[in-house]
Structures are given as structure tokens and as C-alpha cells.
Design a protein around this ligand. Structure first.
Ligand SMILES: Nc1ncnc2c1ncn2[C@@H]1O[C@H](COP(=O)(O)OP(=O)(O)OP(=O)(O)O)[C@@H](O)[C@H]1O
Ligand SMILES: [Mg+2]
Length: 490
């Protein structure tokens, strides 16, 4: 027998054995199961849905990990003349674990595991649907005919939205905001650093009429505050520490000036212009400081008696307030406005008004390593809200490209995860640790996501699952630059 013939024989024998492995699942607690299957015609995948059929009935399961496993097969003997060779053949199978999503909670043994069709998935998930409002954000990636719905009540936990640039975070966040507006009464305050949500109330053409009518109704309370149009502040509305930080004063090193700022700009509510007319040389020095730092030239100050965004937060309490930070020309104004809004929300915490605080590009608003004192205070405020806001109805939804650049005390307080494409192994490892309830087997798919695909987990999801976000119904603010320049010229 030639080597080729022996190899062919071996392969045929091994294949015969490997093909005979049945797709069987066993569970000792009725909640988690182990499953094995032949690699030939493998129909299981991590995140995929299976129907588990045993003698006492069927239930829906989700495979969460699936790996190649080698097991020892039967002993082979070959006679080579006087010598008899014995060896064990290694058999390769797919082996995994899963969770039971629908069933009676009883253990089962050697249930047949077959892929569930979309109708079966829909039926089981419907049966387990909570009573709360559901936000239909798209479809299940691995059961495309089944709508993917988030449990609106789950937004009473903080939510972390992560994905690399271009993965679709801003777009998908827009989808979630639209659904929250349509299906709930939750108040929304959006810190919008790239002016992406300034058109949240503007419907796209082509939206079905009944939805368009409902959306128009739902967005009546959407208010956008932008530079020159309502995005104003007064120094006296800032916390003393923030007011001093804006003027680059240190509470210890600059004790005197710090106290003066508190007195004049805080207690007396003076504006920077009013400092000019003061006879007090200390006031004059303060004014010079503000002028030299460029702070007096900021457009954000409510010089006249116009309303301020802090009043919007504290008193008017619009259903949805979009703070267009992107319209502000300087980084200083942006971080001051962000700090002022977060402070105002925290100040009014005793009102216990359920509010979702949405922060896109959160690595700029609440960074782990702030680059200036005002940002440090905004970050501190976000950390306080992350830690203690929930009991006052202040819920965060933070979005970022870089999980390690957001303050870790914000990240670790998040119970919900919406994870879009992430390539960086370090970022994924960081997320896996922070969201240890998400099975590793599901995280493995994240680097392969296409735009608009996500893993959702936590209280907003009935189970960790893959989704594809639907189309938005409102206009995008600053969509990507079109890639027409790369069109083929041939
Ligand atoms: N589900 C989707 N359907 C259609 N277009 C989408 C979808 N998701 C994203 N896009 C488009 O892809 C582009 C990039 O998406 P988006 O701005 O949401 O990415 P991002 O993750 O926020 O990126 P960055 O971190 O750079 O802000 C946008 O032009 C957006 O219109
Ligand atoms: Mg974005």
C-alpha cells in the first residue's frame, strides 16, 4: 500500500467516524447546556439559536461558545509483517456551551440540537417578552427575520456604547434615541460634541406615514441649543470649583483670587464685563486674567439677560434637550458647557426625574486622563452620576471609540453594553473584563462586525445577542464625508 493510499484510507475512516457524531445537548440544570456536533455540515455557531428536542419536549437555546475539540477515538491496529502497530485515532468535533432561553427549566440529556428557524426564534422570544415598552432597533443578526428589541426599562441602568471609528455608533445611538422618543416618556439630555443630533426632529423622506405622524408628535419636545442660539451660560451658574477652573485658578495656590471669584462672580452674580466697571483693583486683575486667558471673549456667556442652558436643564426640562457642543468654537467652551449641564443635572437630582444623559465621544467629556481642570471637573461629575445617579433617576448612555480612555469609574458602573466593531485586542480584553457577564464566545465575533452590527447585552437585552441596526428615520447631522473620490476612473 502506498502512503497516498494509506492516507486516503485513514481519512475516509476518520471522516466516517467524525460524520457520525450527533448534534446532542445535555443540561444538568435546565439553564445551561453543553453541546457537541460533527464538524461536517456544522450548523451551529456562537450566538446562533437552536431548538433542543428531547423526549419531554422542545426548548429554545442559544449557543454561546463553540470550539474545535479533539477527542480520542477508537484504537486502530495495523499489521506490518511481524510487527503489529496500535494507535488511537484522534476525532475532531465541535463542542460548545449554550444557554436555554425558553423552556420549563428541567434538565435534559442528549437532546437533539438543530438550528432554529427565524419563526421559531420569534415565537420563543415573544413568549418571554416583558410588559414594558420595547424599542425595535433592528433585527437579529443570526435570525434576520426577527426584530431585535431592547427593553426600554433597561435604560434605568447605565449603558456603554463602544466601537471603533466608523463602526456606526453615532448612527445607532440615533436609532436608539428615536425609539426612546417614540416609545417612552424618558427625558433625554444629549451632549453632542459633533453636532450629530441637531436634526433629531427632522424626518427623512420616505418614512411611512403613520410612523412619520407619531414621530412628529414625539419630537415636539426636542429642543436644540447651539452657539448663538440658546447655548449660553452664566458664570454664577457654575459650581465654585468649575468657575475657578475656567479662570485657571487653584483653590489653594490662588486662595485670594479664588475667594474673590466666589464672592464677585458667584455670590454677587457679576459678569466679566461688570468687573470692568468695578473700582476694586482685585476685580480689575480678575478681569485682566479672564481677558488674557481668552475667556472673556467666549461666545458662550449670556451677556444680556437671555436664558441659559442651565435654566433649560433645571427649570424648563424639555423632553429632549440636545446640547450642540460641536457648535462651540473652543475646547474650553465645550468642556465648560458639558460641566455646567452635568452639574445642573446633579444639582436637581432630588427632583428624581428619570433622565437619560447621553454622551457621545465620552472620552472627551469624561476622560480617564483629563487634559485641563474644567474637563477634570466634568469627568468627576460624570463619575458621581455613574456611581450615585441611578437612585435619583439619572442614567448615563456613554459612547466612545476607546474604552480605556473613558474614566474607568464611568465604564465600570455600566450594566448595559452595546458593542460595535472593535479590532483592538487590548480594547476587547478591557471590555471583556468590565462586562464579564458577556460570554467570551460572543465577543469573538466583534472584530468581524460590519457597519451597523452590534452585540447587545445587559438589562436592555433579554439575552446577549447580535443585532443589525435598522435605518434611522430622522436626518443625520454630520454624516461621513462621501467616498466618491475613490471611485474607479476606468
Ligand atoms: N446602520 C447603518 N445604516 C446605514 N448607514 C450607517 C449605519 N451605521 C452607520 N452608517 C453610516 O456610516 C458612517 C459612520 O457611522 P457613524 O458616524 O455612526 O460611526 P461612529 O462609530 O460614530 O464613528 P466615529 O467614532 O468616528 O464617530 C455614517 O456616515 C453613517 O451614516
Ligand atoms: Mg460617532
Amino acid at each position: 500500500m502506498t502512503l497516498d493510499e494509506r492516507t486516503a484510507d485513514f481519512r475516509a475512516l476518520r471522516r466516517q467516524i467524525e460524520e457520525s457524531i450527533l448534534p446532542l445537548a445535555t443540561s444538568v440544570d435546565g439553564r445551561r447546556f453543553e453541546v457537541q456536533s460533527s464538524l461536517y455540515g456544522l450548523a451551529l455557531e456562537a450566538g446562533g439559536y437552536v431548538v433542543l428536542e428531547s423526549e419531554d419536549g422542545a426548548r429554545l437555546g442559544q449557543v454561546v461558545t463553540l470550539e474545535l475539540a479533539s477527542v480520542e477515538g477508537s484504537e486502530l491496529t495495523a499489521d506490518e509483517g511481524a510487527v503489529s502497530l496500535r494507535a488511537r485515532m484522534t476525532i475532531r468535533i465541535a463542542r460548545g456551551e449554550g444557554v436555554v432561553l425558553g423552556g420549563d427549566g428541567r434538565p435534559f440529556h442528549d437532546a437533539i440540537a438543530r438550528p432554529a428557524d427565524d419563526a421559531e426564534v420569534a415565537r420563543w422570544l415573544d413568549a418571554a417578552r416583558p410588559e414594558h415598552a420595547m424599542l425595535e432597533i433592528g433585527s437579529l443578526l443570526l435570525a434576520p427575520a426577527v426584530p431585535a428589541s431592547l427593553d426600554a426599562a433597561g435604560f434605568d441602568r447605565h449603558t456603554f456604547l463602544c466601537g471603533q471609528s466608523g463602526s456606526g455608533k453615532t448612527y445607532s445611538l440615533g436609532v436608539m434615541l428615536e425609539r426612546l422618543l417614540l416609545e417612552t416618556d424618558l427625558r433625554l439630555v444629549v451632549l453632542d460634541p459633533n453636532s450629530d443630533y441637531v436634526r433629531l426632529a427632522a424626518l427623512r423622506p420616505g418614512v411611512a406615514e403613520d410612523e412619520a405622524v407619531r414621530y412628529a408628535e414625539a419630537t415636539r419636545g426636542v429642543v436644540v441649543r447651539r452657539a448663538g442660539d440658546g447655548l449660553r451660560l452664566r458664570l454664577r451658574e457654575l459650581q465654585p470649583a468649575t468657575r475657578a477652573a475656567v479662570l485657571d485658578l487653584d483653590p489653594v495656590a490662588d486662595r485670594e483670587e479664588f475667594a474673590l471669584v466666589d464672592e464677585l462672580l458667584g455670590e454677587h452674580g457679576m459678569t466679566l464685563e461688570e468687573l470692568t466697571v468695578s473700582e476694586d483693583p482685585a476685580a480689575r486683575a480678575l478681569r485682566l486674567r479672564a481677558a488674557n486667558l481668552g475667556v472673556s471673549a467666549w461666545d458662550i456667556w449670556a451677556r444680556d439677560r437671555a436664558e441659559s442652558v442651565v435654566e433649560d436643564v433645571e427649570q424648563r426640562r424639555e423632553r429632549c434637550l440636545v446640547v450642540d457642543l460641536g457648535s462651540l468654537p473652543t475646547q474650553g467652551e465645550q468642556s465648560t458647557a458639558a460641566a455646567a449641564v452635568l452639574e445642573a443635572l446633579w444639582r436637581r437630582r432630588a427632583d428624581r426625574e428619570p433622565t437619560l444623559i447621553v454622551v457621545d465621544e465620552a472620552h472627551n467629556v469624561c476622560p480617564q486622563e483629563p487634559e485641563d481642570p474644567v474637563t477634570a471637573l466634568a469627568s468627576e461629575q460624570a463619575v458621581r452620576i455613574a456611581a450615585e445617579g441611578r437612585k435619583f433617576g439619572l442614567y448615563l448612555l456613554v459612547s466612545t471609540q476607546r474604552p480605556q480612555k473613558v474614566h474607568e469609574n464611568v465604564l465600570t458602573q455600566c450594566d448595559n453594553l452595546v458593542l460595535m466593531r472593535v479590532n483592538s485586542r487590548a480594547d476587547l480584553a478591557h471590555l471583556a473584563e468590565a462586562f464579564s457577564f458577556v460570554p467570551d464566545g460572543l465577543l469573538g465575533r466583534v472584530p468581524a462586525f460590519r457597519q451597523g452590527e452590534a452585540l447587545v447585552a445587559g438589562k436592555i437585552a433579554s439575552h446577549p445577542t447580535f443585532v443589525r441596526f435598522r435605518e434611522r428615520i430622522a436626518e443625520e447631522g454630520g454624516a461621513d464625508v462621501p467616498a466618491g473620490w475613490a471611485r474607479s476612473r476606468r
